[in-house]
Design a protein around this ligand. Structure first.
Ligand code: LLP
Length: 382
């Protein structure tokens, strides 16, 4: 166990997200080295964590921004990302969001349907601009991850189905205010078996050859994000293996001379840097189960309730010599408000501090005010 709470935080009101900016800096450094070695451009996916101190460090490390809403585009601009380092993706961009991104003159729109292309063309024309677009294709490659975060199958709402691609490219040819600059695919998140990226590469290779036969040269290929982290053991190797991730594409993607390759990583950049710190309100011993009832719940961290995912749970203040098994739960009026069942912890009492680890990605950004809960205020160390 290498997680320690700084002494000055022991009495801080809970719950709160604690971010280790040193670990973030080290992660960014490793990512930068691997990306440079493979000549790949990284656009950080803001959806994982859009807090300004995080974004500023990502921006200073030289990465771009992958945004999925007008507010994310605006946040990226506020954090100092240059417009030509910003990509706007998303299956349902509103006219107002598109206009905001057009006015900012961002680098590229990842478009997901023929109808979206028509709207984008019209709005770009009205602004007297030519928008750069990448076609997000749905490659029908199974990422073998949780079905809620699988995005590249025919049954998913994302991207242009391969069977619709010829008609979409034909449509694009008739839209004067758009310029095709790339191909985009994203097959899912929390991917730990890298072989699926080999399959994705093969699919992109086929599509690239098909487009070249039609006379298109693509300045860039965007292979999405999705690299997973080790939630079970957050301490042994906290920084994900970026080198292996890039190598999977390096070996299999048929990159043309001078062509840029982009990735959009979110989770693997920030998950390990965040911890949700919470206090035990009550320990309730029922006949079958000991419940440790926390002051944080699914309102602060919904991943366990939504995906059945597990965040490593630690009692960071107990000095007890004996261990006991607990169901660690939150205060929200839903049975799914459970962080873990049968968790072995040192004997736990009211007032102990509990750390829910690896919560820096898709944690705070997905929080809600259900039950009229207060919003939490993050703390940064390092
Ligand atoms: N690009 C696109 C088009 C995406 O949809 C996503 C994530 C990413 C990039 C970044 O993927 P990452 O590198 O973070 O895996 N809330 C879920 C995860 C949802 C991911 C949505 N899309 C969770 O808590 O597991």
């Amino acid at each position: 166990m290498s997680f320690h709470l700084p002494a000055d935080l022991l009495d801080r009101p809970t719950p709160y997200y604690l971010y280790d900016l040193n670990l973030l800096e080290r992660t960014l450094h490793m990512l930068q080295q691997a990306a440079q070695a493979h000549n790949v451009q990284v656009h950080y996916a803001l959806k994982a964590n859009a807090n300004l101190p995080v974004l500023e460090r990502v921006q200073q490390a030289g990465f771009g921004a992958d945004c999925v809403s007008g507010n994310e585009v605006q946040r990226a601009l506020d954090a100092g990302f240059a417009p030509d380092h910003i990509v706007f993706a998303g299956v349902g961009k509103s006219d107002a969001e598109i206009n905001l991104a057009l006015t900012a003159d961002i680098w590229c729109f990842n478009a997901e349907s023929g109808q979206e292309l028509e709207v984008l063309n019209e709005l770009a024309g009205a602004q007297g601009r030519r928008a750069r677009v990448a076609l997000r294709v749905n490659p029908n490659v199974d990422a073998h991850t949780h079905h809620y975060i699988t995005t590249g199958l025919d049954a998913n709402k994302f991207g242009i189905n391969l069977s619709d691609l010829p008609a979409t490219v034909e449509l694009l040819e008739s839209l004067p205010h758009l310029e095709l600059v790339g191909l985009h695919a994203h097959i899912g998140s929390q991917i730990t078996n890298l072989s699926v990226f080999e399959q994705l590469s093969h699919k992109i290779n086929e599509l690239q050859t098909w487009l070249e036969d039609k006379g298109y040269q693509l300045p860039h290929l965007n292979v999405g994000g999705g690299l997973g982290i080790n939630y079970d053991d957050p301490d042994t190797d906290p920084i994900p293996d970026f080198e292996a991730y890039f190598a999977a594409f390096g070996q299999h993607l048929h990159r043309r001379a001078g062509q840029q390759v982009h990735v959009e990583l979110g989770r693997s950049v920030v998950a390990q840097c965040g911890t949700l710190v919470s206090r035990v309100l009550y320990v309730k011993q029922s006949q079958q189960t000991n419940f440790a009832i926390l002051d944080a719940g699914m309102t602060e961290l919904i991943r366990p309730a939504l995906y059945g995912s597990h965040h490593h749970i630690q009692n960071v203040t107990s000095t007890a010599k004996t261990d006991k098994t607990y169901d660690v739960v939150g205060p929200i009026c839903e049975s799914s408000d459970t962080f873990g069942k049968g968790i072995l912890l040192p004997e736990t009492k009211r007032g102990d501090l509990i750390a829910l680890r690896s919560a820096g990605a898709y944690g705070e950004v997905m929080s809600s005010e259900y039950n009229l809960r207060e919003k939490t205020t993050p703390v940064y160390v390092g």
